[in-house]
Write a protein that binds this ligand. Structure first.
Ligand SMILES: N[C@@H](CCC(=O)N[C@@H](CS)C(=O)NCC(=O)O)C(=O)O
Length: 294
């Protein structure tokens, strides 16, 4: 009699201990199969692979998905890429590297994060993962037992995001590329990032030189945001939230911006807004850039 036992330690399925509660739902076991008259049995265990979020650490869209997956308690691993990996130097004026097999190119045919992969994740058009941050968020909230309210479409939220857009980009872009993150570990990653923005008219030196004025503008924006926080989420450490009923997708639109702004050393935060970014990011297990702010 031959018995093959396949075991799958929980630690392999649950890289992030805080998401352990949903780990077992990913594990399915086959029943014992008789293989021959000699009553040889093969006992196998089949397990779904853990969800993998293909990610850039600095990317707002990726952060949005990390927040939502974290809040709803979905177990996943992040796989980070160099920002220039998968960009084709022939199409990017010499910037980028590994255009055939870098980044998410083998999964999606192009370099773009975030992408969610896993046995159960719905894909289409022959792609190997689910792209688009809002689709990933909707999928996670839709299949999870974790609670997350949908977006409200609040006009003050979209208006605020629009109004602070230029200011926060000018503050965060020169600083994010200095963060010790996998995205910018290689000089070619930084070069690619700078190229993508400068060719659209962004000036890194000008932005850094304008820091004092940008800080004034951004601090006014944060003061305004403080007046838009209407509630707290008791199930997520009592952290402040945009809506009275607790965390919602509205928060997943605003918090990635605030998280990026933690790379700006001299930015003064209204206490409520700082509590918001600290508490809600911690509830999702998303680290801030504060330690390396410049
Ligand atoms: N609509 C997409 C946008 C994702 C996106 O723009 N991701 C950026 C990183 S922040 C990217 O991968 N860009 C590829 C590049 O710049 O080379 C989503 O919401 O997921």
């Amino acid at each position: 009699m031959l018995i093959l036992l396949a075991t799958f330690p929980q630690s392999l399925l649950v890289p992030n201990a805080q998401h352990a509660s949903r780990a077992t739902t990913a594990l399915t076991a086959n029943t014992v199969q008789p293989l021959s008259r000699a009553s040889t049995v093969l006992l196998t265990a089949k397990t779904a692979q853990p969800l993998v979020l293909h990610a850039y650490e600095h990317c707002h869209f990726t952060t949005r998905t990390r927040l939502v997956l974290g809040w709803v308690g979905m177990p996943f691993e992040c796989k980070f890429y160099g920002y220039g990996a998968g960009a084709d130097p022939a199409k990017c004026e010499g910037r980028g590297y590994d255009p055939q097999d870098g980044g998410t190119v083998p999964l999606m045919g192009k370099k773009l994060c975030p992408v969610l992969t896993g046995d159960e994740v719905p894909t289409r058009d022959g792609l190997q993962g689910l792209g688009e941050s809002m689709e990933i968020c909707s999928y996670a909230a839709g299949i999870s037992s974790g609670r997350l309210a949908p977006a409200t479409g609040r006009a003050d939220v979209s208006g605020w995001l629009d109004r602070v857009g230029d200011t926060r980009k000018a503050l965060e872009r020169p600083r994010l590329i200095r963060m010790p993150v996998p995205d910018f570990a290689d000089a070619r990653d930084v070069e690619y990032a700078k190229w993508t923005h400068t060719r659209r008219g962004f000036d890194y030196a000008e932005a850094e030189a304008a820091t004092p004025q940008l800080l004034v503008e951004m601090q006014a924006g944060l003061e305004e945001l403080a007046t838009m926080l209407r509630g707290r989420d008791a199930s997520r450490g009592g952290a402040p939230t945009l809506n009275a009923w607790g965390a919602s997708v509205d928060d997943a639109l605003v918090l990635p911006i605030l998280r990026s702004l933690t790379c700006v050393r001299d930015l003064k935060w209204p206490p409520l807004v700082r509590e918001y970014v600290d508490g809600m990011c911690e509830a999702a297990g998303v680290p801030l850039f504060t330690e390396h702010a410049s």
